[in-house]
Structures are given as C-alpha cells and as structure tokens.
Ligand binder design. Sequence first.
Ligand SMILES: C[S@@+](CC[C@H](N)C(=O)[O-])C[C@H]1O[C@@H](n2cnc3c(N)ncnc32)[C@H](O)[C@@H]1O
Length: 253
Amino acid sequence: MPSKIADIRLVASHPEVYEPCDDSFALVDALLSDRANLLKHQPSLCLEIGCGSGYVITSLALMLEQETNNGIHYFATDINPDAVAVTSETLKAHGVHAEVMNMDIASGLEDRLAGLVDVVVVNPPYVPTPEDEVGQGGIVASWAGGEDGRSVIDRILPVADKLLSEKGWLYMLTLAANKPLELCGLMRRKGYASKIIVQRSTEEESLHVIKFWRDPDSEVQIKKAAANRGNPTSVFSRFSLLSFSGNGNASSK
Ligand SMILES: C[S@@+](CC[C@H](N)C(=O)[O-])C[C@H]1O[C@@H](n2cnc3c(N)ncnc32)[C@H](O)[C@@H]1O
C-alpha cells in the first residue's frame, strides 16, 4: 500500500461531519485493491458523491496521482455544507485538488458532466431508518437511509448511470440490508455488469463494495450501440451472445 494513502490525516473535523469509519476504510481498501486496474483505466474525471471528511476522495487522488500525475480532474459533492468545508481542508493538507460542491447527489453537475465521469465512488447513507429521517441535514444525513437503507442509494444509481462515461466504473459501499444482489440486478437492467470486490463483516454490520461497469454484451448496451450505428438489426444478431450474469469475470475488471 502506498504509504501516503495509509496516512490521511484528519486535519479538520466538525461534530456534524462523518469521520472515516469501517465503511470508509472498506471503500478505500477496495480502490487500493483495484489500483492497478484504475491506473490502466486512465481516468480523466473522478467524482465522489457524499464526500464527508474527504478521506475517500483524497485517498483516490493520492493513489492515482502518485504514479500518473497526469491532470486527472476530481469532483466531490455533499449535501452537508460542513462536509464540503472539511473535505476542502483535507484535500488541501494533502496537496491534492478537487472541486468540492454542496449539493444533493450531483444535481448541479448532471448536465455539465453527463457521460464524462470515468470513476464514481460512493459511501452512501445506508442504514435502514424511518423514512422521515432521510433528508434531515447534518450528521443524520450520513447514515439515514430509509427503508432497507435504500432511499438515497436508489436515487444515486440513475444519476451515476447518467454521469458515467462509456468506460466508466462505479464503486459503491453497501450493507447486506441494502440487498446488494438486488442492486446488481437493477444495474444489470441498465446494462451494467458488477462484482463485489470487498466483503467485510464487523461486529455490527456486513459491508460490501460493489464495482459496476457497462457490459458491452448486455441487451441494453447492444441496443445502444446499434442505435448509435443506426442499424437496429444487429441487436437481434447478437442475442446469442447476451450475458445476463454480470459475473465480473472480465479479466480487466
Ligand atoms: C456514510 S457518509 C460517508 C462519508 C465519506 N465518504 C466517508 O466514506 O467517510 C455519507 C455522506 O453522504 C452525504 N450525503 C447524504 N445524503 C446525500 C445526498 N442526497 N447528496 C449528497 N451527499 C449526501 C452525507 O452528508 C455524508 O457525508
């Protein structure tokens, strides 16, 4: 593990901002375990949704820029303005830069960045709670996930689909209670393959990091490609090749 990444310092904190915890560490460990692929992937634009203290986006920037130093552009959003301030401090203290913005999911970026983001990372509010806790500000927004912990997650997935580039990858932390396999199924219907790249049980929770990428053999992607080529018949000619699994066996993923 590159030493700088193990070493993210909490240079700023705020009682209303989520401090890095097992879930944050699992997400960064997942990115680290996939670092060789990420370097080969050569992302130009990376986005974290729900950046909290900035631990994850700072780690990502350090792990990529140590070797590539090639002007990757980073964005980070959070619905909590105090998190935006803390993330900005964390980035600055570690000599890396991101545009950090206070917004709901990526509402102010969807048009500007549609189809352009190569890597999206998310540690969402995933704890099952009463629905009326969702959308409250401050620290409650860090965990309050509504029914099955899915209220915010289910809003993030279509946004990620809109933002991701053709080669884009989404890394999302989930809890077993969020029904990760159901999430994979939802994304499969949007044309994504997926695999769980980290699975970790703590005393309190069972965490998964899922990686999603567009599956060129999925029905949705084949239809899109055919539409782009203006040749709908090719949709049918490739039906025999359809992969419904999203089984994550693709070697470069
Ligand atoms: C579990 S914390 C993760 C923080 C940080 N990424 C980490 O891993 O340590 C979830 C973060 O998502 C933010 N959040 C919750 N709902 C959001 C929304 N609708 N749009 C943007 N950010 C949101 C919270 O304010 C919180 O900072």
